[in-house]
Design a protein around this ligand. Structure first.
Ligand code: UFG
Length: 330
């Protein structure tokens, strides 16, 4: 019998995946990182074995699953650039949708019956109601969001047919870095607001371009619900424990229920860093809803999830600490 609780973590060398590996190890699991290193970083694998591989490679998946006999899969591996998904949808459907299908069939054939899936608020599209609850209509407006919604549907069908139970976690805007400074956000190319504004604060970029300032919001700029990556990681461990105890698939939003505008984010970065951040107003970015705020009461009630770092200043402070101490990786 295998008494060690191995968890196969696809995309575990990436931003959210690596923070979740740390949380898994702290909770007594052994995260086995399965990552093709296209966007992930080997230096971010610190809490368990690393197996290089792509989710579209069935033979490699078979090998790794047979080697560790994991009790569950956490599935982070995906392409996640919204703009690129509009220009090159094939890349997103092949990797995200087809790759997930290969992974699920491998799980089915090896008897791995539990999966936690990284879904997104991008599956909702332009919301009709704010805050957005899980039962809000899902009408994605870009191939990235559609690819994630298709996987949610595939998960339902694999539960019906093969009794593979899943928890889909629909993230709002992941941000911040490990409070102990061990890991943090490094994307190449970087497109996310907070790391870009921090680049300006540290002198690596000259200015930030605000994508539109005539939205129907309080200051005309887009509003997002920023959630600390460590709070996200904690929710994954709770979702896993839920599946260990209750054999029922479900879906949860993960946000803080607070919205901050782009200008408020910039002002908070200025406050935290003490630097001035020059701004330019640019065109709206295609596919950006004016306001996305999540209603996460369901996971708070059902899994007793309580965000510890919901304050925007704290989120930005942890990101700034990481940013300053890890220039070699940035
Ligand atoms: N923004 C700017 N200037 C920039 C970068 C971003 O004004 O240089 C704005 C965006 O328009 C948006 C906000 O800052 O209003 C946040 O943008 P991010 O790119 O940081 O995050 P997104 O909200 O676009 O994306 C996140 C996830 C995606 C997910 C999406 C769902 O990163 O994976 O939420 O809407 F699909």
């Amino acid at each position: 019998m295998n008494s060690k609780k191995y968890i196969l973590v696809t995309g575990g060398a990436g931003y959210i995946g690596s923070h979740t590996c740390k949380a898994l190890a702290q909770a007594g699991y052994i995260p086995v990182v399965y990552d093709n290193l296209v966007y992930g970083h080997e230096w971010a694998v610190k809490w368990g074995p690393f197996e290089k591989g792509d989710i579209t490679e069935r033979m490699r998946l078979d090998e790794v699953i047979a080697k560790y006999n994991p009790i569950a899969v956490m599935h982070f591996a995906a392409y996640a650039y919204v703009g690129e998904s509009v220009e090159n949808p094939g890349k997103y459907y092949r990797n995200n949708v087809y790759g997930s299908l290969v992974l699920l069939e491998a799980m089915r054939d090896h008897g791995v019956q539990k999966i936690i899936f990284s879904s997104t608020c991008a599956t909702y599209g332009v919301p009709k109601e704010i805050p957005i609850a899980e039962n809000h209509a899902q009408k994605p407006i870009n191939p990235y969001g559609t690819s994630k919604l298709m996987i949610e549907q595939i998960l339902k069908d694999f539960d019906t047919a093969h009794h593979i139970q899943s928890v889909s976690l629909r993230y709002f805007n992941a941000a911040g870095a490990d409070v102990e400074g061990e890991i943090g956000e490094v994307h190449d190319p970087e497109t996310h607001l907070i790391p870009l504004v921090l680049d300006v604060a540290s002198g690596k970029r000259s200015h930030v371009t605000i994508f539109g300032d005539d939205y129907e919001t309080k200051d005309g700029t887009c509003i997002r619900d920023y959630i600390h990556v460590t709070d996200l990681a904690d929710a994954h461990v709770r979702a896993l424990q839920y599946l260990e105890n209750i054999n029922q698939s479900t879906v949860f939003n993960l946000g803080n229920g607070n919205g901050f505008s782009v200008k408020e984010v910039v002002a908070t970065v200025e406050k935290v860093t003490g630097a001035e951040v020059p701004l330019e107003i640019g065109a709206k970015r295609a596919g950006d809803p004016a306001c996305l705020i999540g209603d996460a009461r369901k996971i708070q009630t059902e899994l007793q999830w309580k965000p510890k770092f919901s304050n925007l200043e704290t989120i930005i402070q942890t990101a700034w600490n990481w940013h300053q101490n890890n220039h070699k990786k940035n």
